[in-house]
Write a protein that binds this ligand. Structure first.
Ligand SMILES: Nc1ncnc2c1ncn2[C@@H]1O[C@H](COP(=O)(O)OP(=O)(O)OP(=O)(O)O)[C@@H](O)[C@H]1O
Ligand SMILES: [Mg+2]
Length: 252
């Protein structure tokens, strides 16, 4: 398949789905990837579309209107777009709304990766874990080992270094923990201009942006994650039946 599909999903609102989707599109547009980058916004608020509008001609923007009362039309449109064969290599990023309808979640399960932003408060962690367990059970039903479920700790206070609380809470679920994204003004106020100004930004902003971009491109799209997981299973053969939590840690 020539396309790599990544959805940004969480039942909770305001956790950073749109922010990380936008950061991914901008970051990918600066990599060596010369295929198509397509962002599909399924949220009626159109946050991703309005911010990225006219920022980069490399990013193709699309909107699927979703009506919560009758989501089937939106789901079948999305399904069609995800199943369309592309001759050129492409990466499809899908931004979703809070409380996504079940039909949308089912459709999203055909993606290669699902990124789940999570803020590190106890309440958010508990809600996210329930949601991830539900995704994990859908994934098991598919039996294909896909999509990868990836938690991105987002809006982490800059001075907080440990994410143990989240790692411990996720120990029974088959998820990967991606790079930590701090609560930084630049991710709130200047997303659009970020990719242009990145080299002049303070080191901590720069390394988070580049770390996240590399995670999306090198680990996910270039499928290093499959090797990492295969490697993990080899070294822990005796527990091959148990779930993995592979903290890829900060900015890897
Ligand atoms: N790493 C970050 N640092 C600072 N602010 C952030 C960060 N990530 C997100 N925000 C801010 O948090 C708020 C919510 O983010 P965002 O809109 O991306 O969440 P969402 O999950 O898409 O929300 P919704 O469910 O409403 O679609 C926004 O004001 C955004 O600017
Ligand atoms: Mg959003």
């Amino acid at each position: 398949m020539n396309s790599y599909k990544i959805a940004f999903l969480n039942s909770k609102g305001g956790v950073g789905k749109s922010t990380l989707c936008i950061l991914s599109a901008l970051g990918l547009s600066q990599t060596r990837f010369d295929g198509k980058i397509k962002l599909i916004d399924t949220d009626s608020q159109k946050s991703s579309l309005s911010i990225l509008n006219q920022v980069s001609s490399k990013i193709e923007l699309d909107f699927i209107p979703f009506n919560h009362a009758s989501p089937n039309l939106g789901v079948s449109l999305l399904d069609q777009k995800l199943k369309t064969y592309s001759v050129k290599e492409e990466i499809i990023l899908i931004d979703t709304m809070a409380h996504p309808p079940r039909q949308l979640v089912n459709c999203i399960m055909q993606c290669d990766s699902i990124l789940i932003p999570c803020n590190l408060s106890e309440i958010e962690i508990l809600a996210t874990i329930e949601f991830v367990k539900m995704l994990d059970s859908l994934k098991k039903l598919q039996g294909s080992g896909s999509p990868h479920l990836i938690i991105i700790p987002n809006k982490v206070p800059p001075k907080q270094v440990h994410i143990n609380q989240l790692v411990d809470a996720l120990s029974e679920v088959d998820v990967v923990i991606g790079p930590t994204i701090s609560d930084l003004a630049v991710f709130k106020n200047d997303l659009k201009g970020l990719s242009k100004k990145i080299s002049n930004l303070p080191q901590n902003y720069k390394s988070q942006y580049i770390g996240f971009r590399d995670f999306i491109y090198k680990v996910l799209v270039k499928r290093k994650i499959d090797k990492l997981i295969a490697g993990e299973n080899e070294t822990h053969n005796e527990s091959a039946e148990t779930e993995n939590v592979i903290p890829i840690s900060k900015n890897n």
